[in-house]
Design a protein around this ligand. Sequence first.
Ligand code: TRP
Length: 442
Amino acid sequence: MSNQSQWKTSTGFILASAGSAIGLGAMWKFPYMAGIYGGGAFLLMFLIFTIFVGLPLLIMEFTVGKMGRTYTTQIYSKLTGKKWLNLIGWNGNLAVLILFGFYSVIGGWIIIYMGNVIVQALSFKPISLTSIKFEDIISNPWLTVLGQGIFIFLTMIIVMLGVEKGLEKASKIMMPLLFIFLLIIVVKSLTLDGALEGVRYILQPRLHDVSMEGVLFALGQSFFTLSLGTTGMITYASYAPKEMTIKSSAISIVVMNILVSILAGLAIFPALKAFGYQPQEGPGLLFKVLPLVFNQMHFGAIFYFIFLVLFLFAALTSSISLLELNVSNFTKNDNRKRKRVAFIGSVLVFVISIPATLSFSSLSDVKIGAGTIFDNMDFIVSNILMPIGALGTTLVVGQLLDKKLLQESFGKDKFKLFLPWYYLIKFVMPVVIILVFIVQLV
Ligand code: TRP
């Protein structure tokens, strides 16, 4: 994305945008949210929101990107002639800055777990995955700040060198591999004693588990995994080849995200029940449970390490696009500025990320509302800034843009979906998002 060049094929575009969209959201955040808000009931709400709200909004972002073909801090004025509407783009930039701040905490944990396996391997004793204790790791502020610093540093170097394209190529191999690994974990997890209870927990919706909060967080989760409202997907579409097929690209990304989320759930909950954990473990869920599953496999430590590498890769393909969004908006193709802007952006993210990390140790008692600083950063992004960005774009698309031009950008329409989609964006989506805001405030 370092220059305005286009991907040569529609597949290249799908791979790149999927690499950006599929990251910690599906694998780490989905299971932990589902564990807090009712398992199967959360999955069901997430599916409904992702298909009926997320998908139309993703199609909208692709359509806008394809029409506008420029930076997200200019695209709104370019399309409407109104400069102040670029605020929607800036809202996205703010969102990804904060998002990267807490994303890097989790990226850092992955690196620390990798480091742990390496250190054990170097001691030439048998590696014991069960000896890696999540609580010990997160309660060490220096270690976690170091981990997240490394994660941000890696992201910065990749963006500075402008080698994202190479990473996108690598993701052709890494993403399918990660998928295969997830399948292996699911199979192993399902064969554990007591696994069935976990399967039921995540697949069977129990209505009495539905809470208003759960509904709001399920919607936030849909926004988060599909990167909606952060202008990330608009950016990708603005570089896409002319013949990109908006609908099938959006559907692929939605389907992949749903699949990975469900697999992550099936990997974790059966094992969780088998090992006697509670679903409400919070952000540490995946990190606590998976080592126990790998521990039951032959060559478990090696497989676990490879899994961590792939997981880190998935997180990095998202974090580089988080940083790149800000870098490209500030450098505007002037590559002489790239290194400096990437550096300043990364330092800023690092500063923002420190209170997020310390929410798990020295600042764990600092609560705003019911949550820690980390929870609040996530809430501000997933439940406020992302919906605001999406709302702004629905209003622009529904009220200001020319219907004919939209239809052109929407592309071939064998199934006559344009009009239903258009009216959904024009009349229904803004009402839904505003209603959610009102409920949230109350
Ligand atoms: N969808 C990403 C994930 O699931 C997170 C994300 C949200 C993101 N907005 C973004 C990633 C913008 C890159 C760019 O992990």
